[in-house]
Write a protein of this length. Structure first.
Length: 568
C-alpha cells in the first residue's frame, strides 16, 4: 500500500485513484506514466502550469515517468517559435522529461497504418461531405444524426481513396476519413467523428511530406497508447470526448498489438480560471497580433513567459498551484491568491533597496554643504546573514511626493510644514519651507535635521511615528520602472457576450516611470535580481529589456496583501 507520506501528503482524487490502481495492480507492473501534450500554436499560460506540475509531480511522487509530447497536427497554426518557448517554460517550472521528448508528427506513418487497419476492419470510411454538410448530418442533442451517403463504401474503395488523399490528389477540405461508430449516439462526439482531413500546408517538422493530418481526437489517444501512458490527465471540457478516447485506444489495442500493449486511461480535472484574466489561446493570440500588448512575454500576460518576465518565480507558481488544489468542480480563483504566494516567497528572499518613484527634492539647510555621511542599512530585515550596506546621505535628498502634505489629515504621519519625520536609517527632519514654481507646483522642500536622532544612536528622546525612504541627490543611480497592473478592469472580461473583451483592457495596466532616482547599490545589481523597493513594491531587474542601457525594473507585485487580510 502506498503511504501518504510517500506522495508528499497529497490526497486529491487523482492521487487516490492512482494509489488504488497500484494497490489493485491495474497497471500490471508498469510504472505510473504521465505526459504533458501541448499543441505548439501559442505560448503556455498559467493554466497550463497547473497541468504540467500535476502530471510531473504524479510521475515524480510515484517514482514513474513523465513525457513531454507536442501534439503537432495542425501545421497552419503551429510554429517552431512556440515549440522553443514551451520547452523553455517547462524547464523553468522545474519539470524534467529526461530523454522523453516526443512529437505526434514522429508517429504520422504509424498513425496512417492504424487508420488503414480501421478501414480494413470496417470501422472507418472516406466521406465526401463538406464540413458544413457533416455538421448538418450530425443531428442535435435531441435528434439523432443521419448516415452519410458515403458511409457504406466498400473497404477496397475506402483504402484506394485514402491512399489518393495521402498522395495529394484531392483539394484541401474535399474529403475526410471518418470513424464508423453510431450516428444515433447520445454523445455527438461518437457520431462518426472525423479522423483525418486534407490540408495542403507545410509542417514545421515534416515539411511537405504529408497533406493529410490526423484530427486531435484521433491523434491524442493513439499517441498516448503508443507511449504507454497509464494516466491521461486532461481538463474537464474533454470529459465528453472520453468515450471517443476509449474507442480509439480499444481499437489500437485490438488492431495494432505489436505497438500498443497497454490501455491508457483518461481522467479529467477542473482547469484553472482566474479573475481579471483571459486564458483562451485564441484570445491571447489576438492580444498579441492586435498589439494590445508588447508580445507573448509581455509581463501583463498570464503566459508563463510573461510571468517570468515580470519576475514571478517558479516556486511561487508551484505554491499557488498547490493551494488551488485539484478537483472536478469548475471555479474561478482570485488573482489575490497568486499575489499572496508571490509575496510569501519574496518577503524572505528579496533584498531591500530604496528608490523614489515620484521624487521631490528636500534640501537640509543645516547640513554642511559638500559633506557626505554613510548610513548602514540591513539588506534583509530579520536575516543577519544577509548583512548590511552603506548608503550615502547628504544635504540634498529625494523623497516621495506623496510623503509630503501641506494640509494633512489627523493621522498623516509623514512630512508636513512644521512637522517631523524619520528618514529610514538616517535622521529625523522637519519641514520649514515649501518652494513652488510659477505654476504653483512644489519643486523643493527646505528642511532641517536633528543631529541627535541618527538611527542606531538616537539620544533625542523623540517619539516619531512616521518613517519614509529617501535617496541622496548627488549619489543617485537612475533607473526606469515599469509599473504593471491587471490587464483588465473587470473580474470576468469574457462575461458580457455583447462586449468585446478587449474593450475591458486597463489603460493604466502599464505606467512607465523614467529617470527614477535610486540608491547607488542599484548600479551593481545583477540582471534577473529581485528587490523590494522600500514601502513601494517588489521589483525585478529585467535582463531582456533593451534601450539606452538604463536598468529597467518591472513591478512584480505590490506590498499590500489583500488575500491574507481576506483569510483573516
Amino acid at each position: 500500500m502506498i503511504d501518504q507520506n510517500e506522495t508528499g501528503g497529497k490526497t486529491n482524487f487523482i492521487y487516490t485513484m492512482i494509489k488504488d490502481d497500484l494497490e489493485k495492480d491495474r497497471l500490471k507492473g508498469k510504472p505510473v506514466h504521465t505526459r504533458f501534450p501541448p499543441e505548439p500554436n501559442g505560448y503556455l499560460h498559467i493554466g497550463h502550469a497547473k497541468a504540467i506540475l500535476l502530471n510531473y509531480s504524479i510521475a515524480r511522487d510515484f517514482d514513474g515517468k513523465f513525457n513531454l509530447r507536442f501534439d503537432d497536427t495542425n501545421p497552419i497554426k503551429e510554429e517552431q517559435e512556440f515549440v522553443d518557448s514551451i520547452i523553455e517554460d517547462i524547464r523553468w517550472l522545474g519539470a524534467d522529461w529526461e530523454d522523453r521528448l516526443f512529437f505526434s508528427s514522429d508517429y504520422f506513418e504509424i498513425k496512417y497504418s492504424f487508420a488503414r487497419r480501421l478501414i480494413e476492419a470496417g470501422r472507418a470510411y472516406v466521406c465526401d461531405l463538406s464540413q458544413e454538410e457533416i455538421r448538418d448530418y450530425r443531428g442535435t442533442l435531441t435528434e439523432p444524426g443521419t448516415d452519410s451517403p458515403y458511409r457504406n463504401r466498400g473497404v477496397e474503395e475506402n483504402l484506394a481513396l485514402f491512399e489518393r488523399m495521402r498522395k495529394g490528389e484531392f483539394e484541401t477540405g474535399s474529403r475526410v476519413l471518418r470513424a464508423k461508430i453510431d450516428m444515433s449516439s447520445g454523445n455527438l462526439n461518437m457520431r462518426d467523428p472525423v479522423l483525418y482531413r486534407i490540408l495542403h500546408a507545410s509542417h514545421h517538422r515534416t515539411g511537405d511530406k504529408w497533406c493529410i493530418y490526423p484530427m486531435y481526437d484521433f491523434d491524442h489517444p493513439f499517441s498516448d497508447a503508443i507511449e504507454g501512458i497509464t494516466h491521461s490527465l486532461c481538463s474537464i471540457e474533454y470529459s465528453d470526448h472520453r468515450p471517443l478516447y476509449d474507442w480509439i485506444v480499444d481499437n489500437a489495442v485490438e488492431l495494432m498489438p505489436e505497438v500498443v500493449e497497454f490501455r491508457s486511461r483518461q481522467t479529467e480535472f477542473a482547469r484553472l480560471n482566474m479573475n481579471y484574466t483571459v486564458m483562451s489561446k485564441r484570445k491571447l493570440r489576438r492580444l498579441v497580433e492586435e498589439k494590445h500588448v508588447a508580445g507573448w512575454d509581455d509581463p501583463r500576460m498570464p503566459t508563463i513567459a510573461g510571468l517570468r518576465r515580470r519576475g514571478i518565480t517558479p516556486q511561487a507558481i508551484a505554491d499557488f498551484q498547490e493551494r488551488v488544489g485539484v478537483s472536478r468542480a469548475e471555479s474561478t480563483v482570485d488573482l489575490a491568491l497568486l499575489e499572496h504566494c508571490i509575496r510569501q516567497e519574496l518577503e524572505t528572499t528579496a533584498p531591500r533597496l530604496m528608490a523614489v518613484l515620484d521624487p521631490v527634492k528636500a534640501v537640509i539647510t543645516n547640513w554642511p554643504a559638500g559633506e557626505t555621511e554613510m548610513c548602514a542599512m540591513e539588506n534583509l530585515p530579520g536575516n543577519e546573514e544577509a548583512g548590511t550596506r552603506e548608503i550615502p546621505f547628504g544635504r540634498e535628498i529625494y523623497i516621495e511626493r506623496d510623503d509630503f502634505m501641506e494640509d494633512p489629515p489627523k493621522k498623516f504621519h509623514r512630512l508636513s510644514p512644521g512637522k517631523e519625520v524619520r528618514l529610514k536609517g538616517a535622521y529625523v527632519i522637519r519641514c520649514d519651507e515649501v518652494i513652488r514654481d510659477e505654476k504653483g507646483v512644489i519643486t523643493e522642500l527646505r528642511c532641517t535635521y536633528d543631529p541627535q536622532t541618527r538611527s542606531g544612536r538616537d539620544t533625542s528622546g523623540k517619539k516619531i511615528k512616521g518613517v519614509i525612504h529617501w535617496v541622496s541627490v548627488e549619489h543617485a543611480s537612475r533607473i526606469t520602472v515599469n509599473l504593471y497592473d491587471n490587464l483588465f478592469t473587470v473580474e470576468n472580461p469574457e462575461e458580457d457576450s455583447e462586449t468585446d473583451f478587449v474593450n475591458h483592457i486597463n489603460p493604466e495596466s502599464l505606467v512607465v516611470c523614467k529617470n527614477v532616482p535610486a540608491e547607488p547599490a542599484v548600479a551593481g545589481a545583477a540582471p534577473g535580481s529581485r528587490f523590494q523597493f522600500l514601502r513601494k513594491a517588489y521589483f525585478y531587474l529585467d535582463p531582456e529589456a533593451s534601450g539606452d542601457g538604463t536598468p529597467v525594473f518591472n513591478r512584480i507585485v505590490q506590498l499590500r496583501d489583500s488575500w491574507a487580510r481576506m483569510q483573516k
